[in-house]
Design a binder for this molecule. Structure first.
Ligand code: HEM
Length: 183
């Protein structure tokens, strides 16, 4: 089984939880869309900043162009919102944990493509720089090539799964917190 399939299988339920929570925001309502973005903003900017400090060999090709914090904060500003305090997150401290964290960050683009289409229908003209980031670029394919080139032993694979699950848990906390915001 390759590393992507191992990570996907090990985090299926984590993904189902964030998918459900993220899907709970009604993208037709500006306040809900704002809350959805705030849920992301509690995790993505601090996590990208932490990964920025990693040794270059621990980052996928084109890392600087993959970063989405600027696009996310620009969308929030257009909605009159500012980034919330960061969610509690275990910053990935090893190369293997970073592999797992990056898998979740880069994989979340796939749902973004679907959500962007929903947003365009539900709220034409809503700021969508974040969900549209990387459109037309083969970022997921080149990420998977990089992921497949990682040779992790069983202990490292375990650390990568933990790294991935830590990031999913932070997004879950971010969505749960954002969902408590008054409409
Ligand atoms: C409403 C919210 C979400 C929806 C509708 C959604 C939907 C999707 C879809 C359609 C895929 C592609 C599945 C496939 O190719 O088989 C996907 C993959 C993925 N999503 Fe989500 N997603 C959501 C939220 C998230 C969030 C918040 C994260 C992480 C922060 C995330 C992480 C991932 C990952 C890592 C994959 C790649 C799985 C793989 O194929 O290896 N998703 N998502």
């Amino acid at each position: 089984m390759n590393l992507r399939t191992t990570l996907r299988t090990a985090t299926r339920q984590d993904h189902e939880r964030v998918d459900q929570l993220g899907g709970g925001f009604d993208l037709a309502k500006p306040a809900d869309y704002g809350a959805f973005l705030l849920g992301h903003a509690a995790v993505l900017p601090p996590l990208e900043a932490a990964l920025d400090a990693a040794p270059p060999q621990d980052l996928p090709p084109g890392w600087p162009e993959r970063r989405r914090a600027k696009a996310l904060l620009a969308d929030l500003a257009e909605l009159g919102l500012t980034a919330p305090p960061p969610s509690p997150i275990a910053v990935p401290a090893t190369s293997a944990a970073r592999v797992g964290a990056l898998y979740v960050l880069e994989g979340s683009r796939l749902g973004g493509i679907l959500l962007r289409r929903r947003l365009a229908q539900a709220q034409p003209g809503a700021p969508s720089a974040y969900l549209a980031h990387g459109d037309g670029q083969p970022l997921w394919r080149t990420f998977l090539e990089w992921l497949d080139s990682r040779a992790l032993d069983p202990a490292e694979t375990h650390a990568a799964i933990d790294g991935a699950r830590g990031v999913f848990a932070a997004f879950e906390a971010g969505f749960r917190h954002a969902a408590t915001r008054p409409a």
